[in-house]
Design a protein around this ligand. Structure first.
Ligand code: ADP
Length: 237
């Protein structure tokens, strides 16, 4: 089962003619089965870290490994294999508006089918199961515009889980949700994590972080400022 390893990782961006670092000299290990809250103010570097983990962006210095695979240097022909290790929900809404819930999930499921051939009936069964997990069974034929923002987040989470990835990367998944929706999602993530899935979640939801008491990594100005095993929000030692 995959371990994520950051070795002296830095990522720079050019803004207004200047080069600025988004994250700097990150050394970090996340073992399979960890539940990690990435915390820090806006612009601290949380999303950049998540994108580096999955290979969506490449480091300018250092290496990000998934076991022995250098995720920033995976040849094109192997990328879908690495992609299957990660289920991702990004900050921005990302469902395809002109497709139903079922079609959105089918699109993601087909990446898995490319590697493990499956009948259409089996794909449908997977969709059915994952929608049940997020409490959205029966919404297959709805379009994203017919769903609340909380329901859309649940569908995005279902899509992230459709290929049963060993690692979930979630960026502000609870932002703008009401308490009930946040608890439902955190409860589901807790259950999935206890079955072995790694969960890495960037969040500002301090009260939930404090109740969950999982590993808390605090990022300040692109650097790791604190990494506490059963931490609280803002705790650095
Ligand atoms: P967070 O997720 O903690 O809000 P980000 O990782 O999104 O932080 O951003 C870290 C820093 O990198 C910020 O200063 C942001 O402006 C900068 N940054 C992120 N992505 C880009 C980009 N594509 N181009 C230029 N600067 C970026």
């Amino acid at each position: 089962m995959p371990t994520i390893l950051f070795q002296d990782v830095s990522k720079f961006y050019r803004a207004e003619g200047r080069t600025e670092s988004a994250v700097r000299e990150i050394n970090l290990t996340i073992e399979q089965g960890d539940f990690v809250f990435l915390t820090g103010s806006s612009g601290a570097g949380k999303s950049t870290l998540l994108r580096l983990m999955s290979g969506n962006i490449k480091p300018d210095r250092g290496h990000v490994f998934l076991d022995h695979i250098d995720v920033g240097r995976v040849p094109r022909w192997r990328r879908h294999r690495v992609a299957l290790k990660f289920g991702q929900v990004w900050q921005e809404p990302s469902l395809v508006r002109k497709q139903t819930v079922e079609e959105n999930l089918e699109l993601a499921a087909m990446i898995g089918v490319a590697i493990r051939p499956e009948s259409r009936r089996m794909v449908k069964a997977r969709i059915h199961k994952v929608l049940g997990l997020v409490g959205m069974w029966g919404y297959e034929k709805r379009y994203p515009v017919e769903l609340s923002s909380g329901e859309c987040r649940r569908i995005e989470l279902a899509r992230a889980m459709i290929n049963s990835p060993p690692i979930l990367l979630l960026d502000e998944i609870t932002a703008n949700l009401d308490d009930d929706n946040i608890w439902d999602i955190l409860h589901l993530l807790d259950v999935i994590n206890r079955k072995g899935t790694t969960v890495v979640m960037a969040t500002h939801a301090s009260e939930y972080v404090n109740i969950m008491r999982r590993r808390v990594i605090t990022i300040v100005d692109g650097r790791i400022f604190g990494d506490v095993k059963r931490g609280r929000y803002g705790e650095v030692v």
